[in-house]
Design a protein around this ligand. Sequence first.
Ligand code: ADP
Ligand code: MG
Length: 256
Amino acid sequence: MKQDHPTTILALVGKGGVGKTSLSALLVKLLSEQYPDKKILAIDADPAVGLATALGVDVSSTVDDIRKSFVQTVEAGNNNAAIELLGEAKYQMFDALVELGDNISFLAIGRPESAGCYCKVNAYLKEVISMIADHFDYVVIDGEAGIEQVNRRVMEKVTHLVLVSDASKKGLSVVQTIEQVARELVMFDKAGLIVNRMPDLSLSDMLDTGDLELLALIPDDREMVLSDMSGASVFELPEEAPVVKGAKEALQNLGI
Ligand SMILES: Nc1ncnc2c1ncn2[C@@H]1O[C@H](COP(=O)(O)OP(=O)(O)O)[C@@H](O)[C@H]1O
Ligand SMILES: [Mg+2]
């Protein structure tokens, strides 16, 4: 069933290793608790894969698997079947969703073997997002590191662009570039910045955040490190962990 109201779509972007995946998983967890009657879709758009682990789900079939079976049918010259497959793609996407708890669904882009494939799967992912997003109330997209998916307009219909950085100059410059490009391509309603893994919160004056709205400053969190070491999901993090509190604050500041 389609929703009779617009879907809220959050995309987490930024350079590698800054906490996009951890924070995506936490936002999914928080949304699911805050809105038990709403439907939430978590999309792992990073071929490096990680959101499944952070959420504690097992991935069976990915967007890339579905794309491959489609391409194989077309290459086998079975055009009628291909047309049927195209119509079926949407149902296959729904089949590929992994259910988690009462109100979370999970979908992974998968890991294509070659770079050429990856560009194609990005195009496919864009279609997938536009096909299934409006069946959910909230969609959280854990983006690939860097600016490629923004450039390719994979995240075209995002309502909230969540820029994630660590305290580094490089990280902050990457999110500022992403925001500028996304703004030129008119891809979001609201954008904001989370600075994560701050070694020392008292250094926050030194951060050059440009014109970006600061949603949350999150310290380097020992609970997160421990959770990572044991391979636990974000559902096992204590409520009072700074990283959980920070994600909550970011959500509030986004007005969600
Ligand atoms: N606030 C934090 N404190 C400590 N470690 C963190 C924090 N946020 C993320 N991490 C850790 O940093 C590493 C990279 O995080 P991850 O979410 O995978 O980043 P990304 O998806 O941007 O590459 C992981 O090992 C994760 O557990
Ligand atoms: Mg990641």
